[in-house]
Design a protein around this ligand. Structure first.
Ligand code: SF4
Ligand code: SF4
Length: 369
């Protein structure tokens, strides 16, 4: 049984969120791992260089409140993420500035990881990957905290605490990872290896505002009004997904956790999940995962696929660089997709800075799910 503290949180008020976090830690029994001197890596979801008001990234108010709590505990805090796409110190610096993390660091004294160094680590209990390449700062931390953002996701239906940890894999190596595990089940089992290695001591979900529809980057901001805290990232995700109307069986990462026996029973503390659930939260258009795709001819007709809005596209090539299957070629500055090669990972949609990539879905898909 894993406890999850669900708090009502209507706005990004750092003082208020700090109080909610103290209360959550108390209700969780204190989280003994957070000791003076512990080197803590705080991992927000900084998917791309975007203003926090667009709700693609974890809001800086949540990160600042958490860093204050950790500083009070005497922890030594580093904030780090590695977004998708090219991974350089310059890109990291820009990312931290635009997403508000630089100001958080300036106000709290937390460090920002601006190094792109990586190391190989072992995962003795791995399902698929016994060796992982991760950010060096994560390997050098004593503790990792996942500070995710509640959003829909084209590939994994939902992103929260667990999917956020994929950012511990540096930059474009994520593309290789997608290429190695094109099947959604394998991809999520691989994510379980990242979680097993990271062993986050705490997961915090920014659900004050989330993203609905074409998440994780092309959707619309939507108020949820909640803050989720748990020592168990899977339990946090059960509640995070539940807030936007998704049952565990609808979320591939939670299905994978259940398959390998790490999905706990969840006890929700403080607020009722049903009271904070947003009933009409729009789901992400996603790959059809029914057995119908076993028929190759029918699969060709019904499979969802990415396409581009030519008027929104600026021909930057970010989608082409992000594509693990090399299924995109730029022709006269506009992406052309090779659907025979496409593995439907939707990295192109996730990383397009213009939100010019969309997912085509047959109209009857919703009845097939
Ligand atoms: S679709 Fe997006 S990422 Fe791809 S070239 Fe156009 S603007 Fe760039
Ligand atoms: S075209 Fe897009 S969805 Fe298809 S494999 Fe490439 S990045 Fe993934």
């Amino acid at each position: 049984m894993a406890d999850v503290v669900l708090s009502r949180c209507e706005e990004y008020d750092v003082d208020r969120i700090e109080c909610l976090l103290y209360d959550a830690l108390d209700r969780l029994g204190g989280v003994a791992a957070l000791q003076p001197g512990a080197r803590v890596l705080v991992k927000p979801n900084l998917l791309m260089k975007r203003d926090p008001q667009r709700h693609t990234t974890t809001h800086p108010a949540v990160v600042e409140a958490l860093v204050r709590v950790l500083a009070y505990r005497g922890c030594d805090v580093t904030i780090a993420d590695s977004p998708g796409g090219p991974f350089t110190e310059g890109i990291l610096r820009g990312l931290y500035t635009v997403t508000g993390m630089r100001e958080v660091a300036a106000r709290t004294g937390a460090r920002l990881n601006e190094s792109t160094d990586s190391v190989q680590v072992e995962v003795p209990s791995a399902n698929l990957s016994h060796m992982l390449t991760v950010l060096r700062c994560a390997a050098e931390a004593d503790l990792i905290i996942s500070v995710g953002k509640i959003k829909t996701h084209g590939l994994t239906a939902y992103t929260g605490a667990v999917k956020n940890l994929f950012g511990l894999i540096p930059g474009t190596l994520k593309v290789d990872y997608h290429a190695r595990f094109p099947d959604i089940r394998d991809f999520c089992l691989g994510l379980m290896d990242v979680v097993a290695w990271a062993k986050p001591c705490l997961s915090v979900l920014d659900g004050v505002w989330g993203m609905e529809g074409k998440g994780p980057s092309g959707g619309s901001p939507r108020k949820i009004g909640a803050l989720v805290v748990s020592e168990n990232p899977h339990a946090a995700d059960v509640v995070g997904a539940g807030l936007i109307g998704l049952a565990p069986e609808e979320v591939p990462t939670l299905r994978a956790a259940r398959e390998i026996g790490v999905l706990p029973e969840v006890r929700v503390l403080k607020e009722e999940l049903a009271a904070l659930r947003v009933q009409d939260f729009r789901k992400a258009p996603a790959e059809c995962q029914t057995g119908i795709l076993a028929n190759p001819l029918f699969a060709r007709i019904v499979r969802s696929h990415p396409y581009v809005h030519p008027r929104a596209c600026v021909g930057c090539g970010a989608c082409q660089n992000a594509c693990p299957a090399k299924a995109i070629a730029l022709k006269n500055g506009v992406p052309r997709f090779n659907y025979e090669k496409c593995i439907r990972c939707y990295c192109c949609q996730e990383l397009c800075p213009q939100t010019a990539v969309d997912v085509w879905q047959p109209f009857f898909m919703k009845w097939l799910k």
